[in-house]
Design a protein around this ligand. Structure first.
Ligand code: NAP
Length: 205
């Protein structure tokens, strides 16, 4: 599939681009700077464009920007995205001396993105650490949720091509509240055990 990685210049976007490229997808890496997009994309063997150009004509646009920038970016790119399905991978986290906490908002970032763009929104891949993804398809499952069948199917296809485990349908977009919250859990686990932990869902047929 042709997929755009908005803000794909960060560690997560780079790692996802490498995995998607290796799996045979056509990756367009985006950045606020067309020059930065081109430079990073060239290192990875994919193409690079300014974010608003990267999302035009793709089957799926992944919002891989810094979590604090997701809502503004969705708002700014809404016209360029038009009806393009969007995958939200971001988790809002609060850091304190006691540990890492989920964001305070009742709605997930993904649900709030869905209120800003015209196309359907899926969410997933939250627990895939960039460090794991960069090396090889991680030995983890990738949970994906969404209310729109087409967007979720694309997100599941993408997820299935970057992990060694399974893409798992986690239900409606409201499940993103839990998936984003799980990121806080996993960051706490990683801190405690000095690890890059991941999830496997057991008991599936
Ligand atoms: N890191 C992980 O292990 C991991 C795992 C799962 C999910 N995620 C999610 O994946 C996303 C990317 O993670 P990351 O660690 O790669 O993030 P990051 O390095 O903090 O940011 C990624 C990119 O976002 C863009 N950006 C930064 N500030 C921005 C702003 N104010 N407006 C628009 N764009 C801005 C930058 O690209 P340009 O400067 O080139 O525009 C930057 O390279 C996050 O939402 C995160 O929650 C991360």
């Amino acid at each position: 599939m042709r997929v755009a990685l908005v803000g794909g210049t960060g560690p997560f976007g780079r790692a996802l681009a490498a995995r998607l490229h290796a799996a045979g997808h056509e990756v367009v890496l985006g950045s606020r700077s067309a020059e930065r997009a081109r430079d990073v994309a060239a290192e990875l063997g994919v193409s690079g464009l300014a974010n608003e150009d990267a999302v035009r004509g793709v089957e799926l646009a992944v919002l891989a920007v810094n979590a604090d920038a997701v809502l503004d970016t969705a708002r700014e790119l809404a016209a360029a995205l038009d009806e393009t399905p969007v995958l939200s991978v971001a988790s809002e986290l609060r850091f304190s001396s006691e540990g890492v906490y989920p964001g305070p908002d009742e709605l997930s970032l993904a649900e709030r993105v869905a209120g800003l763009v015209s196309g359907p929104v899926a969410a997933g891949l939250h627990s895939l650490a960039a460090a794991n993804l960069a090396e090889a398809p991680p030995d983890q499952d990738a949970l994906v949720c969404g209310d729109d069948d087409r967007a979720k199917a694309l997100a599941l296809e993408l997820a299935g091509s970057v992990v060694a485990g399974r893409p798992v349908d986690a239900g409606p977009l409201a499940s993103a509240r839990a998936l984003e919250g799980l990121t806080a859990v996993i960051v706490n686990v990683n801190r405690r055990y000095r690890a890059h932990a991941g999830f496997r869902v057991t008991g599936l047929p």
